[in-house]
Design a binder for this molecule. Structure first.
Ligand SMILES: NC(=O)c1ccc[n+]([C@@H]2O[C@H](COP(=O)([O-])OP(=O)(O)OC[C@H]3O[C@@H](n4cnc5c(N)ncnc54)[C@H](OP(=O)(O)O)[C@@H]3O)[C@@H](O)[C@H]2O)c1
Length: 283
């Protein structure tokens, strides 16, 4: 029987990479990548109908309200999409594997270098919705939670990855203030997609951290991007997260990805090497 993967969020950053990567990483799979336009995941009846029609043997769930500011502004929507729609998918996928994308922001960022067994401690609505969705997903021992970090790459809409956001701001002539004391482990979406297809085919459910091999501050990330794209005449100031006036921010949400690394056939990339690679056309 041909395995059938249903990928949600296919119109977004990570989902679009997963759909494209399938041709080489999972050539024997039939892959249905569904965007928001194809299926509104908050419409439970439509989701049930889609399951019945496509009969997936695997679900990779990437769709989400993925911006923390949007979640803070509209917590009800964030819960409907990030929690309720995930629960609906997990119920429908009760007897097949499901891979759910969660986030480094399930942690409060006071510790850093988080491993999978560290207690979660979200400080934002986005983080809270991811924790609630993780609980629903992990109630089923067939299911997997992948917590990832800042993801680089080119999204179909051109406005999803932090690289795209930074480039847009610089192109608009903005001066950016980037924090020297806020850390993440950025990862290119191409590496994420490759890792997910490998994990999917190993079928080893559980919680995994899937992030880049290098812990960098926002300021260091900005400096790297500036060095690679000098034609944007980057204006970047160093700031501190302690002076931030907006919503809650996790200072050090860096992830330890050793558990998933042990399963993978390739090393998770260091962001600086990826960004400075002259053959990289994804910046
Ligand atoms: N990218 C990162 O840096 C990062 C970091 C940590 C965790 N994650 C997690 O990884 C997953 C994938 O992230 P991403 O960067 O690919 O996000 P993304 O580019 O924002 O893609 C998410 C997709 O979900 C869709 N969506 C939203 N509401 C929907 C609904 N009701 N029904 C169907 N589709 C809906 C969005 O479509 P519309 O835009 O058309 O509404 C969007 O295309 C998410 O769970 C995210 O929280 C991402």
């Amino acid at each position: 029987m041909t395995p059938v993967a249903l990928i949600t969020g296919a119109g977004g950053l990570i989902g679009s990479y997963l759909v494209r990567a399938a041709a080489t990483a999972a050539p024997e799979w039939t892959v249905y990548g569904l965007s928001h336009r194809d299926l509104d995941l908050t419409d439970a009846q439509a989701v049930r109908r889609t399951f019945k029609t496509l009969q997936p043997t695997l679900v990779i769930h990437c769709a989400a309200i993925s911006k923390t500011t949007q979640c803070q502004q509209d917590p009800a929507l964030a819960r409907r999409v990030n929690v309720d729609a995930t629960a609906c998918l997990a119920d429908l996928a009760h007897d097949i594997p499901l891979i759910f994308f969660s986030s480094d922001l399930v942690f409060d960022g006071t510790q850093g270098h988080y491993v999978e067994t560290d207690p979660v401690s979200p400080i934002s609505i986005y983080g809270e919705t991811k924790v609630a969705a993780e609980r629903r997903v992990l109630a089923n021992p067939r299911h997997t939670v992948l917590r990832t970090s800042l993801t680089a790459g080119r999204s179909p809409t051109g406005d999803r990855s932090f690289v795209e956001e930074t480039r847009r701001a610089l192109e608009a002539g903005q001066t950016l203030t980037l924090f020297t004391d806020e850390y993440r482990c950025p990862i290119p979406a191409s590496a994420t997609a490759r890792a997910v297809w490998e994990v999917a085919q190993l079928n080893r459910p559980g919680v995994y951290h899937l992030a880049g091999a290098e812990r960098l501050s926002r300021w260091e990330i900005g400096r790297l991007l500036s060095a690679v794209r000098p034609e944007l005449h980057p204006q970047i100031n160093a700031g501190s997260v302690t002076h931030f006036q907006g919503g809650p921010r996790a200072a050090d949400a860096s992830l330890n990805s050793a558990k998933i690394q042990a399963l993978l056939s390739f090393p998770l990339p260091r962001f600086s090497e990826w960004a400075c690679d002259p053959d990289n056309h994804e910046l």
